[in-house]
Ligand binder design. Structure first.
Ligand code: SF4
Length: 506
């Protein structure tokens, strides 16, 4: 979709042209800069701009100046303030703390990344003593926003640790006064009425896995009990949602969220998957591609696909989501909303896998059942596959300072500062994109990776190119209106919106 444009470097007015990146979308030149501003211009106007021939009296000049593309008339202080706001996430410490309460799980999903064990492997349960140390450790990180997210395995298989962490964190926060967010990522198959009421009482939000209609979900997500996982999951989703409503909470904000993983079986079923999400009252769907590591390596031939195939699925499904929005059904695509927030607003949504530098070890940490601390949950999985590079310490022996200043955290930051990375530094999407060094490591064997050959780069490039394509062809402004709505993240009362760790790492 993006094509090169021949530009004569001799006709370049260095004293008039500010710093920007560019590409060609649908015959127009897309200009972007480091604070995420963008502008489409005709190729001839672009050449005139480069040659310093756009006159101050022209509307084009003002459009370029307002977006900081004009050097000799640039509001530098204003630009610096915008950059400070875009990178505000750098001022916070790790706010996502994923706690692996156990590796035990009653499912055997085809794409499982979580290095699960069978249900009798109780030696992979976190102890209450370790859980206490995890909470104490997390509270000492320098962040006003603290999110605990229970993961596994199936985290509810070790229910006492969930109860303990929630009660202990709430008690501790009576004098720590952090903004506390509690969430559970569960397949819901071990849920009971009593546990549901307790979770709602304590304000623990639930996120589950939902891959689409029953046959698709059950094909992807095998359950040892030989029952339909879909039937159980959706019944609990409906029950939780009814409980929140019964207690008078806003259903738009208080409902069970879900994550879907795209397998080969999903590729021609995008609209059906979206319909299933709408039916369950979910307002956001993240069309997530399969990561070919973990258990999925063994089944890749069966359920995997090329990135071109994924992007075709993504575009068809996004078109369908837009069509639903035009008909008054609100549902957003999560990755699109992350990019759109960067493209259309002064803010950055602080999504760990898509920011520069990435948030592994600096925005999020993961605690394995034995108290080992990793950069994130994927770092824990890498360790399970035999590489300890992403291990940062242990709650028994490490200080927060040692963990946050760990050489691995620094290396991951260096490997994800896009302004300095080959290919990214000149890519038109650089200011709205992100690199995840752990993905590079898994695919290429080094944290820097090879762009544009890396799978994540191809995904992010393809999605952003499509979003700009839709914006550049938006003659009546209807797409822009829908997209702007997707950038508004309403927060639950007393909380700030944040990207759940599971979204980041699973
Ligand atoms: S990761 Fe790829 S798409 Fe993103 S900025 Fe780098 S080169 Fe561009």
């Amino acid at each position: 979709m993006l094509t090169p444009l021949q530009v004569d470097p001799r006709a370049f007015a260095k004293d008039k042209v500010g710093y920007f990146r560019y590409g060609v979308v649908d015959g127009k030149v897309l200009m972007t800069n480091l604070v995420g501003e963008h502008l489409f211009v005709e190729p001839d106007d672009f050449r005139r701009f480069l040659a310093g021939q756009v006159e101050r009296a022209e509307p084009l000049y003002e459009a370029l100046r307002r977006r900081y593309f004009v050097k000799d008339d640039m509001a530098v202080d204003e630009l610096a303030e915008k950059l400070r706001r875009k990178k505000a996430f750098l001022r916070h410490g790790p706010h996502l703390h994923a706690i692996v309460t156990t590796l035990r799980c009653n499912h055997a999903c085809r794409y499982c990344h979580a290095s699960r064990t069978d249900m009798d492997a109780v030696d992979t349960d976190m102890s209450l003593d370790t859980a206490r140390k995890v909470v104490d450790f997390a509270f000492t990180t320098p962040t006003p926003l603290l999110g605990f997210e229970f993961q596994g395995g199936e985290p509810t298989a070790n229910w006492p640790v969930i109860e303990f962490v929630v009660d202990y964190a709430l008690e501790k926060n009576r004098y720590e006064h952090k903004e506390l967010l509690l969430s559970l990522v569960s397949n819901l198959t071990l849920m009971t009425d009593e546990k549901m009421r307790w979770l709602v009482d304590k304000g623990v939000m639930v996120c589950t896995s939902l891959d689409g209609p029953a046959d698709l979900h059950d094909k992807n997500r095998g359950w040892m009990e030989k029952q339909s996982s879909h039937a159980v999951v959706t019944a609990w989703m409906d029950k939780f949602n009814a409980e929140w409503v019964r207690r008078g909470f806003d259903a738009d904000l208080f409902h069970v969220d879900a994550l879907m993983t795209t397998t080969r079986y999903s590729l021609d079923r995008g609209p059906e998957i979206v319909d299933e999400y709408v039916r369950r009252g979910i307002r956001s769907i993240h069309l997530r591609p399969l990561n070919p590591f973990g258990f999925a390596v063994n089944t890749w031939k069966q359920i995997g696909y090329s990135m071109d195939e994924f992007l075709a699925f993504y575009k068809t499904t996004l078109d369908y989501i837009l069509e639903l929005n035009r008909r008054g059904v609100f549902i957003q695509e999560r990755l699109a909303s992350i990019f759109l927030t960067k493209m259309l607003t002064p803010d950055d949504p602080n999504y760990s896998d898509c920011r520069s530098p990435c948030g592994s070890g600096s925005a999020q940490l993961a605690y394995s059942y034995d108290g080992t601390i990793y950069t994130d949950d994927e770092g824990r999985m890498a360790a399970h596959m035999g590489n300890d590079f992403f291990k940062l310490g242990h709650v028994d022996t490490s200080s927060v300072d040692e963990v946050l200043r760990h050489p691995t955290v620094k290396a991951l930051a260096v490997a994800s500062i896009q302004e300095a990375l080959p290919a990214c530094h000149s890519c038109v999407f650089s200011s709205t994109c992100g690199v995840q060094p752990l993905h590079n490591y898994m695919f290429d064997g080094d944290i820097f990776g090879q762009r544009p050959l890396s799978r994540k780069c191809q995904e992010f490039y393809g999605v952003q190119a499509y979003l700009y394509h839709l914006l550049s062809n938006d003659t009546d402004g209807s797409v822009q209106r829908i997209f702007r709505r997707w950038t508004i993240q309403r927060s639950r009362p007393g909380t700030t919106p944040y990207a759940p760790a599971a979204e980041v790492s699973s």
